[in-house]
Design a protein around this ligand. Sequence first.
Ligand SMILES: Nc1ncnc2c1ncn2[C@@H]1O[C@H](COP(=O)(O)OP(=O)(O)OP(=O)(O)O)[C@@H](O)[C@H]1O
Ligand SMILES: [Mg+2]
Length: 234
Amino acid sequence: MEEPEIVGAGDNSSIAMQLIKQGAEARVYSYTFMGKSTIVKERFKKRYRHPVLDNKLTHRRTSQEVRSILKCRKAGMCTPTVYFVDYETHRIYMENIENATTVRNYIASEQQKGTDLTSLMALAEKIGTDLAKMHDIDVIHGDLTTSNMLLRQPPGASPVIMIDFGLSYVSSLHEDKGVDLYVLERAFLSTHPNTEKIFDCVLSSYRKSSTKSTDVLKKLDEVRMRGRKRSMVG
Ligand SMILES: Nc1ncnc2c1ncn2[C@@H]1O[C@H](COP(=O)(O)OP(=O)(O)OP(=O)(O)O)[C@@H](O)[C@H]1O
Ligand SMILES: [Mg+2]
């Protein structure tokens, strides 16, 4: 692991950033910014890409991420507060959702407990309502998985906090929204075995909440069918 870097984001502080996650595209650090517990998400250079193209793509991802976080928040969803964006270093400084657990871990631990489905059904309802809010303002997340949704403590009482909008974009096409839901469906059912009922609840909550759900869910069916045909052909 790398040495913690000493940074100062214009706040005259020189506190070490602690690496908490090294991904393929970004590093996530914890940091104290203006006295606040902060997450720094930094997109790093990809050496195999042409530097000009790389800079352009990285800039785009960073600005898309920030824009979507703000838009979704305005639409009434929970997203981390953005404190500061540095387009030179491609760093986003945002609120650290402290002691957060991912929806992925929460589902796994509830399933392990083996209790009834009440808590997971309630969570599925919340996810469906949030996705409806997001799609109704034409934000497509682009990477919907249960790892990109956080819950505060205690998780059962927490709203869903959507993160990781680096692949997000704006589109009003039902097809794009259907694909967004399909990506989540695939991720959900493959990460969490025997959760068909819970995922159905995500979709029925989406159906009730979104103004354009009929068309989007029709597209979801088409996308599923295409997916099946592809896997039959091989
Ligand atoms: N605001 C936050 N508060 C608390 N934890 C966070 C926050 N943002 C990210 N994390 C933690 O860091 C992990 C990785 O963050 P994120 O999903 O944004 O990055 P990534 O998957 O590496 O990014 P990308 O897919 O853009 O390469 C999350 O799953 C979560 O555990
Ligand atoms: Mg992620």
